[in-house]
Design a protein around this ligand. Structure first.
Ligand code: DGI
Ligand code: FE
Ligand code: FE
Ligand code: FE
Length: 187
């Protein structure tokens, strides 16, 4: 699928603000893919569709999680986590993208997972550092991303966990598992 068509499809699903974020993720993901040797075309499409389900009603997302037998643990945690796996499902069903690497990059873009692929790392990090993001620590991660993908990724997962803990929010276990896997296997 061409970029223009993909952007038109996703634009209809998003607010203007979220669409601008999506274009930022797309540009950043392509840069990171070039830099670290990931598939640029897959990075482009995964980035364009990563937040496809962001504005679906919570009830609809819950129904997909149950019907598709996704981990029911998801339902016990922040509903903000749901748009990633539900998005992967809907992008396949409604948009017709079948590439499992692209779908997994969408599926794991919020929590990460142990053993993330290069493409999954690129999308996770691009989502975190795209130019429209402004939060404490983002500039440090942007700098790290120029040097080493895993170091940047570890910092962004750490920041996410610390941010949630400071707000007394639960942390989804896969987020911890992602952190443990990256910190254990870093070279
Ligand atoms: O969709 P985006 O806003 O672009 O970014 P995202 O998909 O990375 O994250 C969406 C939200 O999910 C964000 O507000 C923080 C929240 N989140 C991320 N990881 C966890 C989490 N919430 C909980 N409870 N636990 C997590 O591990
Ligand atoms: Fe997201
Ligand atoms: Fe993210
Ligand atoms: Fe996003």
């Amino acid at each position: 699928m061409e970029r223009k068509e993909a952007l038109e499809i996703v634009k209809a699903q998003l607010t203007e603000h979220r669409y601008v974020h999506t274009v930022g993720v797309m540009e950043t993901a392509i840069e990171l893919a070039k830099q670290y040797g990931a598939d640029e075309k897959k990075a482009e499409l995964a980035a364009i569709f990563h937040d496809y389900a962001k504005f679906r009603p919570k009830e609809e997302m819950k129904q997909v999680i149950v019907e598709q037998k996704m981990p029911s643990e998801l339902l016990e945690y922040n509903g903000e986590l749901w748009h990633a796996p539900v998005g992967a499902f809907l992008v396949e069903k409604e948009v017709g993208i079948t590439d499992s690497e692209i779908l997994d990059a969408i599926k794991y873009h919020t929590s990460g997972r142990p053993g993330m692929t290069l493409l999954e790392k690129v999308i996770y990090l691009a989502d975190y550092i795209e130019p429209g993001r402004h939060f404490p620590g983002v500039e440090e991660v942007r700098e790290l991303a120029k040097e080493d993908l895993d170091t940047a990724l570890i910092k962004s997962v750490q920041n996410t966990i610390l941010f949630l803990m400071k707000k007394n929010q639960p942390v989804f276990p896969d987020t911890f598992h992602t952190y443990n896997d990256l910190i254990t296997n870093r070279r």
